[in-house]
Write a protein that binds this ligand. Structure first.
Ligand SMILES: [Ca+2]
Ligand SMILES: [Ca+2]
Ligand SMILES: [Ca+2]
Length: 241
């Protein structure tokens, strides 16, 4: 029996090719989930970094402007402020107060107003909610009807309280805080075919949000601003006593 058949044939037999393909298949099959989970981990890390950048920009904005920015509800990256409401004879007879409030409590991050890049690593704008009082501005005018001259502007103060709740589940039997001034949410990869009730809680435009570790049905990343963090920055910036 000759043992040098292979070298003389100068190529691979079909059986050899099949074995090689099976081995390559097994190797790739083992490798791909690892690679894709590494890519996902990197996206999550980048998104966390981006959320922190947005959070810092919000603190900077409030130090410069006296209030948090309003959520964007028109998808142009610009904060949306409702028409001012004028009240006569407040704070004193003959004067008037003009109150500027956010158009909505929940929308997306006003990235153009803040001067940050628009989207997270999943190409989505971040969800952003603000307790109304932290987005308000009150202007006092010397005459009624918002007439005369602007005498003063005022914003939230050290006794202002947040009303946004961060829960550990949609049922909200436990909450991490019930007084957040603002909440920022990345919806993550949103790979699930049906959103879990926990994820649905982050997109239903109310004042409750859910934050917990990554699970097979929850990939959202949530951070919030406590009033105290905000007060601290405002005091440091000389905007609050
Ligand atoms: Ca807008
Ligand atoms: Ca999600
Ligand atoms: Ca909710």
């Amino acid at each position: 029996m000759r043992l040098d058949t292979y070298s003389k044939s100068g190529g691979f037999s079909l059986v050899e090719m099949a074995i090689v393909l099976v081995i390559v298949g097994v190797l790739l099959g083992g490798l791909l989930p690892t690679i894709s989970s590494q890519i996902e981990q990197q996206r999550r890390n980048e998104t966390r970094k981006y959320i922190n950048e947005v959070r810092d920009a919000m603190l900077g904005y409030s130090a410069a402007n006296g209030s948090l920015p309003c959520p964007d509800i028109t998808n142009d990256g610009l904060a949306d402020i409702a028409s001012a409401v004028t009240t006569d004879n407040i704070p004193i007879t003959g004067q008037s107060t003009k109150k500027y409030s956010c158009s909505a409590t929940v929308g997306t991050v006003p990235y153009n107003t803040l001067g940050v890049t628009p989207n997270d690593s999943y190409n989505s704008a971040l969800i952003y909610a603000v307790t109304p009082v932290f987005g308000e501005r009150n202007e006092v005018y010397s005459a009624t009807g918002g007439g005369g001259t602007l005498l003063s502007s005022s914003f939230f103060n050290l006794s202002s309280t947040g009303t946004l709740r961060i829960c550990t589940s949609a049922a909200c039997s436990t909450n991490l805080t019930s007084t957040a001034a603002a909440v920022i949410v990345s919806r993550g990869a949103n790979w699930a075919l049906t959103p879990s009730t926990d994820e649905a809680e982050n997109t239903d435009n109310d004042t409750d949000f859910v934050s917990h570790d990554f699970t097979p049905t929850f990939d959202d990343i949530v951070i919030w601003l406590s009033p105290n963090t905000l007060f601290n920055r405002m005091v440091a910036a000389g905007k609050l006593p």
